[in-house]
Design a protein around this ligand. Structure first.
Ligand code: AMP
Length: 315
């Protein structure tokens, strides 16, 4: 029987006026407002929002922002609003000193590290709530309220930092699609820049949550990328000609790894996240799986021109 996709799921030169010096760490919105004026006088601000516990994926964003912007600003904020009850907010990995050293090496001039009280003071009651299919399927279905938290914090960070360009990873494809809509719908004056997923040598997408994995689980986690490659091969072969064959190829690959449990394997439009009814470009192959204590997501993108974005390998 053919299962539906959801069922199967069970360098540019930097400006020369940049001042090289010690990176600044700012913790309040008032400090950011004071510093911002000088940055704006120098030219564009490139912004890299993160939740910290940085890896080469985050640093690829910071390095690109640094190469392209007069001033590069990063933020480190584990945003409580995007975690659901029972999720990993309390145990989310943190290492601020190491993060700051890495950002400074990447050329970041300032890091915004607010407290939850600074971002959500008493009386806070206004949220950005994405709607429609994009905010209902896949990650949105698995994590109710997640994109409301993401869109709200990113809109706030944009208002605080006022970046010309904001850099995000393709790793979080649905987040990118939600933010693209948020920026368009609210006429936010910022360019969204999306960079490829950075992978470990065995294909595992870098993620702060990989820190939850023990050795065996870490080895097993490489099945996510293998599954995406199987999906890609099924797509390219067009054997059955329908999206279900692609989803099945991904689901069967994950099923072959006893330490992994598939949540979904899907093929959808990369902008709207509507499921594909026929194989065509552009297309996003996306999956989520649990490996031990970690819930991991990954994707590969078939661009509109028919070429694949599988990500890059670190190192
Ligand atoms: P996070 O700290 O997980 O919220 O991620 C901060 C930013 O880094 C987001 O735009 C992510 O999409 C991006 N990111 C996370 N992992 C990767 C990766 N492996 N490759 C590229 N970008 C990534």
């Amino acid at each position: 029987m053919v299962q539906s996709c959801m069922d199967a799921g069970r360098g540019m030169a930097a400006r020369t006026t940049r001042s090289e010096g010690r990176m600044r760490v700012l913790t309040t919105i008032g400090e950011m407002a004071d510093a911002r004026q000088r940055w704006q006088e120098r030219g564009g601000i490139g912004f890299v929002p993160t939740m910290g516990y940085l890896h080469a994926g985050h640093l690829s964003l910071a390095q690109r922002a640094h190469a392209e912007s007069a001033t590069t600003v990063a933020s480190i904020f584990v945003n409580p609003a995007q975690f659901g009850p029972g999720e990993d907010l309390a145990r989310y990995p943190r290492d601020l000193p190491r993060d700051l050293a890495q950002l400074e090496s990447a050329g970041v001039e300032a890091v915004f590290v607010p407290t939850a009280e600074e971002m959500y003071p008493a009386g806070f009651s206004t949220y950005v709530v994405p709607e429609g299919t994009l905010a209902a399927r896949l990650e949105a279905a698995a994590r109710p309220g997640h994109f409301r938290g993401v869109a709200t914090v990113v809109a706030k960070l944009f208002a605080i930092v006022r970046p010309t360009d904001a850099y995000f990873g393709q790793k979080d494809a649905q987040q990118v699609a939600v933010l693209r809509r948020t920026i368009a719908d609210l006429n936010l004056p910022v360019r969204l820049r999306v960079l490829p997923t950075v992978r470990e040598a065995d294909g595992l997408a870098m993620s702060s949550r990989n820190a939850y994995l023990d050795r065996q689980q870490r080895t097993a986690a490489a099945v996510l990328f293998r599954a995406l490659q199987a999906g890609r091969a099924a797509f390219d072969a067009r054997a059955a000609g329908v999206p279900d064959a692609v989803c099945r190829a991904m689901a069967e690959t994950v099923a072959g790894e006893p330490l992994a449990t598939l949540e979904y394997a899907d093929i959808c439009d990369p902008d709207t996240f509507e499921p594909l009814e026929m194989l065509r470009a552009p297309a996003l192959l996306a999956l989520a799986a649990r490996v031990g204590p970690a819930r991991l997501i990954d994707n590969v993108l078939l661009r509109a021109d028919g070429t694949w974005d599988l990500g890059t390998t670190a190192g």
